[in-house]
Design a protein around this ligand. Structure first.
Ligand code: FES
Ligand code: FES
Length: 159
């Protein structure tokens, strides 16, 4: 039996995209396989680890829990677009300076999720930062350096 295919039109990192996709294809697989945007990673594929984090219409979502077909008409932003725009340059810099990444597998999702928190304004406490990032798993860093980096950026943005 051939897979059902649907036509979708959406914006990805500011570019208009029109594609035919398998109805069952996840958003993260679509971004990686069809558009070559491999900054969003695939870990658990069950909505647990946060490796696949992207933004849809400004909201942080799990790319493995959404279908590409659900994004017809949506505005999708991946780590590539958000990094290229300079929006998270300070976070990227802080992660690098404070050794908040090792293998880097979790890093795109961490950065997007941290930015979501910081966009709320103010300087969140360390417990709030931890809680906000708790849906993003990191098997390398022990999280301390990640919290340090996010806290430092929050302080700098509010100085
Ligand atoms: S791959 Fe989507 S949450 Fe783990
Ligand atoms: S840096 Fe390796 S999983 Fe986070």
């Amino acid at each position: 039996m051939s897979a059902q295919v649907v036509d979708i039109a959406l914006s990805v990192n500011g570019e208009e995209v029109r594609e035919s996709v398998e109805a069952r294809k996840t958003l993260v697989d679509f971004l990686r396989e069809d558009l070559g945007l491999t900054g969003s990673h695939v870990g658990c594929e069950h909505g647990v680890c946060g490796a696949c984090t992207v933004r849809v219409d400004g909201v942080v979502v799990r790319g493995c829990l959404m279908l590409a077909a659900q994004c017809d008409g949506a505005r999708v932003e991946t780590i590539e677009g958000v990094a290229d725009s300079g929006e998270i340059a300070d976070l990227q810099d802080a992660f690098q300076r404070r050794n908040a990444l090792q293998c880097g597998y979790c890093t795109p999702g961490m950065l997007l999720t941290a930015q979501e928190l910081l966009q709320g304004g103010g300087v969140p406490g360390r417990e709030t930062i931890r809680a906000h990032l708790s849906g993003n798993y990191c098997r390398c860093t022990g999280y301390q350096a990640i919290v340090d980096a996010v806290e430092a950026v929050a302080q700098a943005r509010n100085a």
